[in-house]
Write a protein that binds this ligand. Structure first.
Ligand code: HEC
Ligand code: HEC
Length: 505
């Protein structure tokens, strides 16, 4: 319902892909209750349906079905349903605790392996005895854990409402339900910062300043081949160049990019080891090959056109931030001075240059240095200054076939519509799993009936808000005496050749 799926490769795993639980890695099997949380794979593993109906998994790709706001909405709706007419917070809490425990018992009585499916992982068995012990433990802690859960869930969703009122007036209703595959992580975090300022009497008055001034809708990014995004040091080792991170390049250091990811998904205790392992994993994670036919001859023609018109921008380790592409600049401007300072201080608090952690038995210092140069005293490199990231990076386009819809705000359904902007549809269907092999992108045409097996996707109206706008990357760009042709409306054969080549990246 919120867009997470069962990954057939995780045989017997008791939850959908994208949900992890702490029992998998806790030192002592029954040392604590299991906490479930979203994992990187919730957003960064996608799927495409092949011709025979089977799924190809896209590790490091995009789960365009995942609706993280939709999840939060449903939690608050469920709580409201339990409260009914009760308005006294203490009584509301009791109602929720009773309801949770009753549901827990009912499920477990129906099936003694209801929650863990008798799953085993390495040498840990999540069998009937484990499940029973966890339930007993949970019941002991329910009086403290459940109220905390309620408080966080309600505050987070209310915070989102405050942000939405300020920066998404045109799409209030839609964005309070969430757009699958898309989020505004920075605004979401800003809402949390808002509450921590507001709840402190010394800073309460300043809380509104923590709210973002721009709307920053962002599609989930692919995270493979991160080495093509990793920066280099400048000559005197004081600054990072030739790299980027996130759509506007503002978190260049891989370790902080991965820490930001954990902060975004609301990990209460950031585990910097996860970020360090993610760094290792994503550095050379390959993109999946295009699973349908490619016309090699046509692709070769496209390669030459790409070299002439695209490669100067779309190349590995291009740290340049482009401000003249014409796409909506909200995402690029969302991290103003206060948000940037706040982000730097939370990133470096979580992982300071002196922090030592146990990395699989050996001590490691994940934030001590980058490529052999110390990060001590270089806090500002954990997020670049606003004036340096007020535009978008041109990504290397590796595995671009699997990354539709396109642009940072996911407003253009296919590569064809990227290159033939005159035909871009204002409305299209987003987050289907079928593939449009002709225009190259996920099936988008509202006139094509959805896959009969499952009604997939939702209609996105890009005209509703400037933040969803599909304009930009639609006019040729002049750079000195060189013209880059971005609008191929008058040369569709050329566009088709480039698209054929893009399939091979
Ligand atoms: C709720 C969905 C979601 C989850 C879960 C998530 N991410 Fe992301 N990720 C995003 C979005 C959206 C972006 C684009 C952010 C932007 O620029 O605004 C992104 C961007 C990234 C990038 C930047 C890629 C680049 O080329 O610059 C990396 C790296 C990354 N995520 C790693 C992770 C890791 C590691 C985890 C797990 C700890 C994770 N993400 C969990 C949604 C998610
Ligand atoms: C002057 C630099 C520049 C040139 C030349 C250029 N692009 Fe881009 N391109 C960008 C930037 C910057 C973005 C990101 C814009 C955004 O997301 O708002 C982008 C985005 C894209 C995207 C979407 C990427 C994604 O992950 O959604 C595709 C596809 C693309 N360009 C293809 C091309 C092709 C093909 C050409 C050549 C015909 C080309 N570009 C020429 C700068 C350039």
């Amino acid at each position: 319902m919120i867009g997470l799926f069962n990954d057939e490769r995780l045989v017997g795993y008791p939850a959908p892909r994208g949900i992890g639980f702490s029992g998998l890695s806790r030192k002592e099997a029954q040392g604590n209750i299991d906490f479930a949380s979203f994992t990187c794979g919730g957003c960064h593993i996608g799927r495409v349906r092949l011709d025979d109906g089977s799924m190809k998994y896209l590790d490091g790709g995009i789960n365009a079905e995942f609706n993280v706001i939709g999840f939060r909405l449903r939690v608050t709706q469920t709580l409201a349903k339990i409260y009914r007419d009760e308005t006294d917070p203490a009584k509301q809490q009791k109602l929720v605790i009773d309801a949770f425990l009753a549901a827990l018992d009912a499920a477990h009585q129906k099936d003694a392996n209801f929650f863990y499916h008798n799953y085993s992982y390495e040498n840990r068995k999540f069998d009937t005895a484990y499940e029973q012990a966890q339930i007993d433990l949970f019941k002991k802690q329910a009086g403290t854990v459940i109220p905390k859960f309620i408080h966080t869930a309600e505050q987070v969703y209310r915070g989102w409402g405050i942000v939405v009122n300020k920066i998404y007036p045109e799409i209030k209703q839609e964005i309070m339900q969430g757009y699958p595959g898309t989020e505004d992580a920075i605004a979401f975090n800003a809402a949390n910062a808002y509450f921590s300022l507001k709840n402190n009497p010394l800073t309460g008055l300043f809380a509104p300043l923590a709210l973002p001034s721009h709307a920053g809708v962002t599609d989930i990014m692919a995270v493979w081949n991160q080495d093509t995004r990793n920066p280099r040091w400048n000559q005197d080792k004081t600054d990072l160049i030739n790299g980027g991170g996130q759509w506007n390049g503002h978190i260049p250091l891989p370790i902080y990019k991965n820490i930001a990811a954990q902060l975004t998904i609301g990990f209460e205790n950031i585990d910097v080891r996860v970020s360090a392992f993610a760094d290792q994993l994503l550095d050379k994670l390959p993109s999946p090959a295009y699973p349908f036919a490619v016309d090699v001859e046509l692709a070769n023609k496209g390669k030459a056109l790409f070299a002439d018109n695209c490669a100067a921008c779309h190349q590995p380790n291009n740290g340049k931030v482009y401000r003249n592409i014409g796409t909506h600049l909200g995402r690029a401007k969302i991290a103003g001075t206060l948000i940037t300072l706040g982000a730097r201080s939370s990133f470096t608090k979580v992982c300071s240059p002196t922090l030592t952690v146990d990395m699989n038995g050996t001590p490691g210092q994940p934030c001590a240095d980058y490529k052999g140069v110390s990060l001590a005293g270089k806090k500002e490199l954990s997020m670049t200054s606003p004036g340096r990231h007020d535009g978008y990076n041109a990504l290397p386009l590796i595995g671009i076939w699997a990354q539709g819809p396109y642009l940072h705000n996911g407003s253009v359904p296919t590569l064809y519509h990227m290159l033939v902007p005159s035909e871009r549809p204002a409305h299209f269907v987003k987050s289907r799993l079928d593939f449009d092999k002709e225009k190259v992108g996920f099936s988008w045409d509202p006139n094509i009936p959805p896959n009969p097996v499952r009604k997939e996707g939702y209609l996105l109206n890009t005209a509703l808000s400037p933040a969803l706008s599909n304009t930009g990357h639609d006019k040729n760009i002049q750079d000195g005496d060189k013209t880059f042709k971005l609008d191929w409306s008058d040369d569709k054969a050329g566009a088709m050749a480039i698209i054929e080549y893009l399939k091979t990246l």
